[in-house]
Design a protein around this ligand. Structure first.
Ligand SMILES: [Zn+2]
Length: 137
């Protein structure tokens, strides 16, 4: 059971398909900055369609908003704490730069969480020979 939740966490962190947890949701790694948002239409491993309905990923904006608010609060607090309550422009600069740097991660993980939380997908491991009955490794 812990094995299953570990693999769920790993699949979320690695942005894998929620149905098979093997196929990548995104086409390119996050550091390919011009293409980081390119999403596969369907899972390369099991074929599940990622955009569950037209405009499905628009809902990820709300999750992204939560991430942005978190970044704003955490960075504001850290700036206050470590810079000893600097002028307002320092807060603005720190929050702006952090938000820009983290925006690819924010976008990708908001889509991943959208898919995992609201995609209505259940986990079906792909059958690869002998892993259907004895996978307690
Ligand atoms: Zn899949």
């Amino acid at each position: 059971m812990q094995n299953n939740s570990e693999s769920l966490l790993r699949a979320v962190l690695e942005a894998k398909c929620p149905a098979c947890r093997q196929g990548s949701i995104f086409k390119y790694p996050v550091w390919q900055i011009s293409k980081f948002a390119d999403t596969h239409k369907s899972c390369p491993s099991c074929g599940m369609r990622f955009e569950r309905e037209p405009g499905f990923f628009y809902g990820a904006m709300y999750i992204s908003y939560v991430f942005s608010t978190g970044i704003f609060l955490v960075m504001g607090f850290l700036t206050y704490w470590f810079a000893n309550n600097p002028p307002v422009w320092v807060y603005v600069l720190v929050v702006l730069i952090t938000s820009l740097v983290l925006s690819p991660f924010s976008l990708r993980y908001s889509r991943v969480l959208m898919l995992y939380l609201f995609g209505g997908v259940t986990y079906h491991p792909l059958e690869e020979g002998n892993n259907t009955t004895n996978n307690q490794g």
